[in-house]
Design a protein around this ligand. Sequence first.
Ligand SMILES: C[C@@](CO)(OP(=O)(O)O)[C@H](O)COP(=O)(O)OP(=O)(O)OC[C@H]1O[C@@H](n2ccc(N)nc2=O)[C@H](O)[C@@H]1O
Ligand SMILES: Nc1ncnc2c1ncn2[C@@H]1O[C@H](COP(=O)(O)OP(=O)(O)O)[C@@H](O)[C@H]1O
Length: 322
Amino acid sequence: MSEARAGLSGTARHVTVSAPGKVNLSLRVGPPGADGYHPVATVYLAVSLRETVTAIARTDGRVTVGPCPRQVSLVDAHDVPWDERNLAHRAAVHLRTALGLDEATHGVHLDVAKQVPVAGGMGGGSADAAAALLACSVLWETGHTRSELAELAAPLGADVPFAVLGGAAVGLGTGAELTPVAARTPVHLVLVPADAGLSTPVVFGTLDELRRDGHVPEGPAHPEVNQEVVRALTAADPLALATAMDNDLQTPAVALFPDLGDVLDLGLDEGALRGMVSGSGPTLLFVVPDEHSALSLATAVEERTGVRALPVHGPVAGAHVL
Ligand SMILES: C[C@@](CO)(OP(=O)(O)O)[C@H](O)COP(=O)(O)OP(=O)(O)OC[C@H]1O[C@@H](n2ccc(N)nc2=O)[C@H](O)[C@@H]1O
Ligand SMILES: Nc1ncnc2c1ncn2[C@@H]1O[C@H](COP(=O)(O)OP(=O)(O)O)[C@@H](O)[C@H]1O
């Protein structure tokens, strides 16, 4: 048993929450501000690859976090910090502090079962933070609605409010100012994770360098929302969606991880409507017309690369109690 779990009784009160990973169907990035953050205009889609966090009451006032001992994980959770740097841990401490809750009586252990690739540009850590926020809020009976929790989530990371709300949404500012988009039917995608991660700040920094050196055009100070992607989502038109998608972080992600170019070509070769880097990468997303095409593309990619490809769909629900 891990040190963090020692002393937890099997009968302790607990709450389990599921929260989704995401892809960005459009990600337009402006130049960085004084705080280092870049203004974005993005279109998020929550997808059917989810994280699960169980909040277990602790009687000693501590906040602890660890990988779920019962989980057979799809992902390698070794790169995840299982201490106070973990986003789920930070979410619990943030909630306790923001609400002025008594530390002595608001301890918690967080069991995290990961399915979303780590450092893959799919917001897995953000989903853990969103799930921990809701799980602790229910455990500690704070009475917050999901939209109140989404507002509380913003200081934890640009993607965290979206993981609370889920669905599909336009994100402005750092990505945390959300407007829901009503997607008519499911979008079917195949995700191809890479065998290593990419650091989000390094990918943003590489974009800045490529722009400074004139290899990539400058972005506008206030990027505009890709309305064609929004229209394609509301019109349930996968071909229009595939055509309109864009991601300013694709060029820096491929510069840092050149093998991505080959896998993008391979996906197109096997019938995808379009392939693109998900967020800051290196996970790739391929748009396909329907569920059947998703299964056959995933099989073909696996056969040719030996990499596990994941058929998913979206939009799916945000953080909710199981
Ligand atoms: C790029 C995106 C696209 O949705 O996500 P990923 O693809 O990495 O999951 C997001 O903008 C990331 O969201 P998230 O991972 O929550 O970012 P944060 O923790 O807030 O920030 C991590 C770092 O990324 C950079 N950052 C993030 C958001 C933003 N609008 N501008 C930035 O420059 C900053 O260097 C920041 O210190
Ligand atoms: N619960 C968590 N799950 C995954 N990574 C985490 C978590 N908490 C902190 N991290 C750190 O955040 C980094 C990026 O996390 P992640 O959300 O998986 O990727 P991305 O920002 O590309 O979507 C990881 O490399 C890891 O160091």
